[in-house]
Write a protein that binds this ligand. Structure first.
Ligand code: M6R
Length: 608
């Protein structure tokens, strides 16, 4: 959602802040702003719309100051206006705040502050923060911030500067990510490491309730009561270059085509072919506990939820464990049973999704064992779970999740082997599955090699306004994911269905203007899928089939076929989703949309 960046040091702050905002623009924003201290005088500039508007305004002023903050806002409280854009200031133009999250008790705080004479200029919840800090400020900014935050309820990742306590940035977080980094030329604070990783890959991730004070070249972290905290420095594997487009037109395409590599990364060092087993270092400390588990409960949102659904089929079939899946936003508000024989697995690319995090905290509160499959190193989910598996897919910048999804599926396949080999899976079967997982990078490459064929197909279908996606068993969640990809990238109405469920309603939609993408590799439900395809053909619907190489029957039935290589049934989703990613991408581009930043969406959903 919103993005925070701050710099303090010996360089001009403005270009560093603008660069940090640009690098976080993928998160989605509708307005932006910057505060720089120019010869001790605060210079505040805010703008509605694209970052270019802010850049143009700032360039006219040519600020040279070496301390400043920047923010890109995605409106929650109050409309998209310049007055609502951050930074927000106190009554004296002394204290300036940028903030991500929601201050839940802002109404009552605002009322109390207004009674004391504070004058507000925006409709935002954020504006109570500079006024509240002003209320406590007596020349010591960190102290005033700590005092103010003791009264605040809600979520915040925030950074503050004060004219009358210069040479400091104070940053604090509760439930909204914040990272700091210090090098020889100064210190940075950001809501996303990708905004500052080009300056240093050594990061300090703040935890809830922590307050950091950055001065040029140094930092300290305390809690809200000023008790000092020792912080670990995390070295990120991401290079600045990795976070760029690498010669591709869009991040989304780059990330789709990177999948042979990202899958290689998730399996690197983890397969034990001779033992028919996998080594998951991140689960070692809970290995014995997992042996006694009877159930796995997976919780996630969006695309990560579809990987959870696919994982359910894997775990039940091979590990013989009962597996339940839940959308995090539903799980957190029901009354889940957290029993000692159940392990709770949270899947998240960003590791910052508000609902997933809330569900995780609920399970922890009830004493459940928490595991994770997370891509972003040092993210909140990664830090709060007991044990987990990193995806190592590298930064995913495109809003539509692609490479993170397939690496989640591979991580789930490895977790399945891990759990199954603790139980009844034979050495022979373990070897067979491990062998097939090792082949995946090459198989994925073969599918992606059909990019041009899929582009032509997309041309043929780009003008349709509706599409149905169907699949069964392992490929039922892939039908849902394929439909989601098309919706979010090309704004075409798409429905994902379990093929067997079609007859219970959605088949009524089918006519010559409603094509169907049928995912029907040669697996245990192939015959059933063929019957469903025939039913659609009989009603005049056209079919694009995703089928296994060598399937001759399908060519007589479907209007178009995309072939994927053969593998074991459990791994077919990792191949069948690839044409669907490319198909959605091509249709989005043909329709002229910005596929990296689809309308109304943000990469990381850090508010409810
Ligand atoms: O970062 P997470 O994996 O927790 O994000 C979950 C969803 O918000 C995410 O997968 C979303 O559905 C994607 N934009 C879909 O492409």
């Amino acid at each position: 959602m919103c993005g925070i960046i701050g710099y303090i040091g010996n360089k001009s702050a403005t270009p560093l802040i603008l660069d940090g905002l640009r690098k976080q623009s993928y998160r989605g924003y509708d307005s932006s702003g910057i505060i720089v201290f120019e010869k001790e005088k605060p210079e505040l500039v805010r703008a509605v719309g694209k970052l270019e508007v802010l850049e143009e305004k700032v360039q006219k002023s040519d600020f040279k100051g070496t301390v400043g903050l920047g923010h890109s806002r995605w409106a929650t409280h109050g409309e998209v206006t310049e007055a609502n854009a951050h930074p927000h200031a106190d009554c004296n133009n002394n204290i300036f705040v940028v903030h991500n999250g929601i201050i839940e008790n802002f109404m009552s705080l605002k009322r109390q502050l207004e009674e004391k004479g504070h004058v507000f200029h925006s409709e935002t919840d954020t504006e109570v923060l500079p006024h509240l800090i002003e209320h406590f400020f007596k020349g010591d900014l960190p102290k005033a911030v700590r005092q103010a935050l003791l009264l605040v309820k809600g979520s915040y990742g925030m950074a503050v500067v004060a004219r009358d306590d210069p040479g400091k940035i104070v940053a604090a977080r509760v439930s909204s990510p914040l990272v700091i980094s210090v090098n020889d030329s100064g210190g940075f604070v950001a809501s996303d490491p990708s905004a500052i990783v080009s300056h240093s890959n050594k990061m300090v991730f703040l935890d809830d309730g922590e307050v950091a004070v950055l001065e040029s070249g140094t930092f300290t972290v305390t809690d809200l009561h000023n008790i000092k905290k020792e912080k670990e420095i995390t070295e990120l594997e991401w290079s600045a270059e990795e976070a760029q487009k690498g010669g591709h037109e869009t991040f989304m395409l780059k990330e789709i085509l990177e999948q042979p590599e990202s899958i290689r990364n998730v399996i690197r060092g983890r397969l034990l072919p001779k033992e028919g087993a996998v080594k998951l270092g991140g689960l070692e400390e809970v290995e014995e506990k997992l042996r006694g588990m009877k159930r796995i409960h997976i919780i996630a949102c969006g695309t990560a939820f579809f990987s959870a659904m696919t994982g359910k089929y894997m775990i039940e079939e091979y590990a013989g464990l009962s597996c339940e899946v839940d959308i995090a936003s539903e799980f957190r508000y029901r009354k889940p049973i957290v029993s000692p024989d159940t392990a709770f697995l949270f899947i998240s690319q960003s590791g910052e999704t508000a609902d997933t995090l809330a569900a995780l905290r609920e399970v922890k509160r009830k004493g459940g064992l928490t595991l994770g499959i997370v891509n972003t190193v040092g993210s909140s989910v990664a830090r709060e779970i007991t044990a987990g598996i990193y995806n190592h897919a590298g930064p995913e910048i495109g809003v539509a999740s692609t490479k993170a999804f397939t690496s989640q599926l591979v991580a789930l396949a490895m977790l399945t082997v891990f759990l199954a080999r603790q139980r009844s899976m034979s050495l022979v079967l373990g070897k067979r599955i491990v062998e097939e997982i090792a082949r995946l990078p090459d198989l994925v490459k073969q599918v992606l090699g059909q990019k041009e064929v899929i582009a032509q197909l997309a041309q043929k279908y780009a003008s349709f306004s509706n599409m149905l996606y169907i699949g069964r068993k392992y490929n039922y969640p892939i039908a849902l994911e394929g439909a989601l990809k098309l919706k979010e990238i090309s704004y075409v109405h798409a429905e994902g269905y379990g093929a067997g469920e079609m007859k219970h309603g959605s088949i009524a939609l089918i006519d010559e203007n409603f094509p169907t993408l049928a995912i029907c590799p040669s697996d245990s439900v192939y015959e059933k899928m063929i019957s469903n395809i025939q039913e659609i053909k009989a009603r005049g619907g056209s079919i694009i089939a995703i089928a296994s190489v060598g399937d001759k029957e399908i060519a007589n039935l479907a209007d178009d076929v995309i072939y994927i290589p053969k593998t074991i049934e459990m791994l077919t989703p990792i191949l069948s989703v690839l044409p669907l990613q490319l198909f959605a991408y091509e249709i989005g581009v043909k329709r002229g949309y910005d596929v990296d930043k689809p309308r109304n969406l943000a990469k990381s959903v850090t508010v409810e």
